[in-house]
Design a protein. Structure first.
Length: 58
């Protein structure tokens, strides 16, 4: 859970993402999932949050 909170603070703190930041957020989320720090389901939720932030939604 701490990994997800850190990821959110790093990438979603402002509520929106630019494309470059979005790409970085997805790479970071994938690395967390591959390292076992987040489950595949948590990874999906993170990607959805990044998608929403890219579109300017909260």
């Amino acid at each position: 859970m701490a990994a997800i909170l850190e990821w959110r603070a790093r990438f979603l703190d402002e509520g929106t993402l630019q494309e470059a930041d979005y790409d970085q957020a997805l790479v970071a989320a994938q690395q967390l999932e591959q390292s076992g720090l987040v489950s595949p389901g948590e990874w999906v939720a993170m990607v959805r949050q990044a998608n929403a932030a890219l579109l300017g939604q909260r």
